[in-house]
Design a protein around this ligand. Structure first.
Ligand SMILES: C[S@@+](CC[C@H](N)C(=O)[O-])C[C@H]1O[C@@H](n2cnc3c(N)ncnc32)[C@H](O)[C@@H]1O
Length: 171
């Protein structure tokens, strides 16, 4: 039996979700399970799974991944979408045992969001520090111009390295 598990440490979010699901026309509501806890406290089951972690900062996502990596197999997938601290998160990912299945960037209401699909399969490429495919897709050039502007006055070494990468990427 397949389940959808939704995890959140905010009781308000859990209660709102409960009501949204109850009032919705979603078929087979019984397969949706709500968990009032932090994702760092989750104990995974053995079946293959896709774990979505979205809408949080990169530091929080990094902590969650460190906890969950120990419980997944090569058949499992992570789909992550950090809202902040992407450079720091990608630096952590590049040195982790995770590998890249795919990466893309989307634009929602004028905001860009990277989405990465990751797994533990050694046969796949390592995650590059600043990304590769995200700069090549249909939004790549627009995203690059946006990031150049966003980081232009940052002085910390990681941001300077990122700016140099973005500048080189066009040439
Ligand atoms: C900005 S909302 C994003 C909601 C949704 N994921 C999205 O992308 O639209 C962030 C949500 O993450 C939850 N959250 C924060 N830290 C968490 C953690 N460690 N584990 C699970 N959920 C967490 C918050 O309670 C909040 O509901």
């Amino acid at each position: 039996m397949k389940f959808i598990h939704l995890v959140d440490p905010s009781i308000d979010v859990i209660n709102k979700l409960k009501k949204t699901i109850k009032d919705s026309y979603i078929p087979r509501k019984e397969i949706i399970k709500l968990h009032y806890k932090k994702e760092q406290e989750v104990v995974l089951e053995k079946d293959s799974k896709i774990i979505f972690i979205a809408g949080m900062g990169g530091k929080e996502i990094g902590k969650i991944l460190q906890h969950l990596i120990l419980q997944v197999t090569a058949n499992d997938r992570f789909v992550i979408s950090p809202h902040r601290n992407i450079l720091e998160l990608r630096e952590f990912l590049a040195s982790s045992p995770l590998r890249l299945v795919d990466e893309t960037v989307i634009n929602e209401d004028g905001q860009f969001y990277q989405i990465l699909c990751l797994c533990l399969n050694d046969g796949l490429s390592k995650i590059s520090q600043f990304g590769h495919k995200i700069w090549m897709g249909p939004l790549g050039e627009e995203y690059r111009a946006h990031q150049l502007k966003r980081y232009e006055h940052h002085q910390d070494p990681l941001s300077r390295k990122f700016l140099a990468f973005l500048t080189d990427f066009s040439s």
